[in-house]
Design a protein around this ligand. Structure first.
Ligand code: GLC
Ligand code: CA
Ligand code: CA
Length: 243
């Protein structure tokens, strides 16, 4: 689209580019300001066509309403495109591009929501930004931990009632009694931490737990009533991963 030759012409205006300051004047136009600042900066770095921003400055005035959206495109495409988008035809072309993009985003959102529903049915739960999904079988803590990390996830670290409730639902769904959580007191007996070593910000221990029964319980299970109990890490529990 914008060959070096074309840039060469703007190059002369590059001298005007020093007028770039003018561009800033245009800035007063509320949103337009930011866009122009970027336009001035980019051409300066790439070539002498900085003068072009000056032209945009002129357009600034009408910009106010449309500017916001237009700027989004310009920001990514950088100098070459901005230099050409000085005429009304270019502006309307940008609007058409914007509308086309909005349609694409909307269709992507719809498709994403559909696949999300499919993915969560029936053994997944999403809570805020997190997704919990059960593998549907039992493993030892170490095996479960490995399985989750191999899939790009980790064992569940419920940090709120909502997250704990989602995990409880999966335990109930699988009818498997209990699932492993991520936390352990490996390093200091009685002090449970997340895999990164941080202390718990939320807990839901069953009465009398954790009790380090027989002095060998350093892992945590969540049982079907949502309560937690420390158990031996070698025990086999339902695998649920957090993503
Ligand atoms: C009992 C205890 C619990 C312990 C478990 C070990 O349920 O109440 O603390 O972890 O036995 O199997
Ligand atoms: Ca322990
Ligand atoms: Ca226990």
């Amino acid at each position: 689209m914008c060959s070096p030759v074309e840039n060469g012409l703007p190059g002369r205006e590059g001298q005007d580019g020093r007028d770039g300051p003018r561009g800033e004047k245009g800035d007063p136009g509320s949103p337009g300001a930011t866009g122009r600042m970027e336009m001035l900066d980019v051409p300066k770095e790439d070539n002498s066509s900085a003068g072009d921003p000056g032209l945009d400055g002129n357009l600034g005035p009408p910009g106010p309403p449309g500017p916001a959206g237009v700027r989004g495109l310009a920001g990514r495409d950088g100098p070459s495109r901005i230099q050409r988008d000085v005429g009304p035809q270019d502006i309307s072309a940008l609007w058409r591009q914007l509308e086309a993009l909005q349609g694409q985003v909307r269709r992507l959102q719809e498709a994403f929501l559909q696949y999300k529903k499919v993915e969560l049915y029936p053994n997944g739960r999403d809570v805020g930004q997190k997704v919990f999904k059960t593998a549907g079988f039992v493993k030892s803590f170490y095996q479960a931990e490995q399985m989750c990390s191999q899939s790009g996830g980790q064992l569940p670290s419920p940090r709120s009632t909502a997250e704990n409730h989602a995990l409880q639902q999966l335990v109930e769904l699988e009818n498997s009694g209990a699932a492993f959580l991520s936390m352990t007191d490996f390093w200091t007996e009685g002090r449970f931490t997340y895999p990164d070593g941080a202390s718990l910000v939320y807990s839901n221990w069953a009465p009398g737990e954790p009790n380090d029964d027989s002095g060998r319980e350093d892992c945590v299970e969540i049982i079907s009533n949502g309560k937690w109990n420390d158990v031996p890490c070698g025990a086999k529990r339902l695998v649920i991963c957090e993503f």
